[in-house]
Design a protein around this ligand. Sequence first.
Ligand code: GUE
Ligand code: MG
Length: 295
Amino acid sequence: MAAIIDGRAIAAKLRGRVAEEVVSLAAEGIVPGLAVVLVGDDPASQVYVRSKVTQTLEAGMRSFEHRLPASTSQEELLGFVAALNDDDAVDGILVQLPLPQHIDSDLVLDAIDPLKDVDGFHPVNVGRLSTGTGGLIPCTPLGCMILLDTAIDHYRGLKAVVIGKSNIVGKPVAMLLLERECTVTVTHIATRNLPDTVRSADIVVVAAGSPGLVRGDWVKPGAVVIDVGINRVERDGRKVIIGDAVREEMDHAAAVTPVPGGVGPMTIACLLSNTLRAARRRRGLPGAVREAAVA
Ligand SMILES: Nc1nc(=O)c2c([nH]1)NC[C@@H]1CN(c3ccc(C(=O)N[C@@H](CCC(=O)O)C(=O)O)cc3)C=[N+]21
Ligand SMILES: [Mg+2]
């Protein structure tokens, strides 16, 4: 039977550690603050932003929630980001994606102060990740690594197959696996013989946004499967959330993450940890939770 990696419990533990560090920072008169900017009224985004705000407050940090109308112009949003860059109470800035069609998200991400870029999407942080020179690491990939750490002691030489090549998950998680000296193959929707490639993997990270893509016979016995997919589908007339892997077919895996309750909760816990890290870094204080969580 595959072990089920309990993302909810591991995320709760990480949030607890962040909260403890927030208490010790408060003794030095520092309260980390996270600004979350939501443009428009996408229902899924509203739910995520609500969780982010609640969990930020629960960790003892300041939350600045900004809801802007869908009609906000690119110039207005850029001006807004500039003001948050200049606001000393703001340690972390997250602009919720996706943005409305008329806004160029790359321009907006480029405008965020890299030191406050808790999503790790700014080109400076992307570059720092690829050269292994510090910087802020994207939350979902960081969460994947913390979950993997519960199932894997030695990464060196293991074969990792990433399915998905997004800037948000696929590419950065590949970099983190490479950093651990895995042999990394990044695959995607155009990859030929995808099942055969996946069958060679000791570690499978699937972030394809394709419900039930990874079947049991794609997965080598003893492999670890990290499922990043969050797909809202209808099953027997009920709306449910499923991942990119068919979990009922994964008994022969060593460990798998559930959906929900796997990677998702880790994403927000890592956002809080990145905010704490940004607050320390900006003041020239040494590291934060991440070093302890991802050695
Ligand atoms: N700038 C930016 N940064 C993000 O990090 C970002 C974003 N934009 N846009 C949307 C995606 C999605 N995302 C999730 C966060 C938490 C869960 C989560 O907590 N999921 C739970 C609940 C799932 C549910 O009920 O919807 C779970 O998987 O168990 C999922 C997805 C962050 N995102
Ligand atoms: Mg999940």
